[in-house]
Design a protein. Sequence first.
Length: 88
Amino acid sequence: MQQIPPPKCFCGLAARLNRVKRSKEGGDGSRAIGKYFFFCSKKRDDETQCRFARPAELELSKEKVGARGRKKADGRGGGSDEKVDEKC
């Protein structure tokens, strides 16, 4: 997970990667518990902290799609573009 480059939050700073934990207020039913998210890197008590929260899985999928796109642009990936002559 640490090899993922952090996205920029709404403040313009690099986001930090954290695992979501259970809250003391009873948020046990959340689907996010135990998963990794990127959050704003400012301190919690900072009033200028933005509400940025993005799942790390989303960033992983973006990275995979980007790699596939680069392969196609290089001519190394993606199906065959050659025409096949078929004689019956």
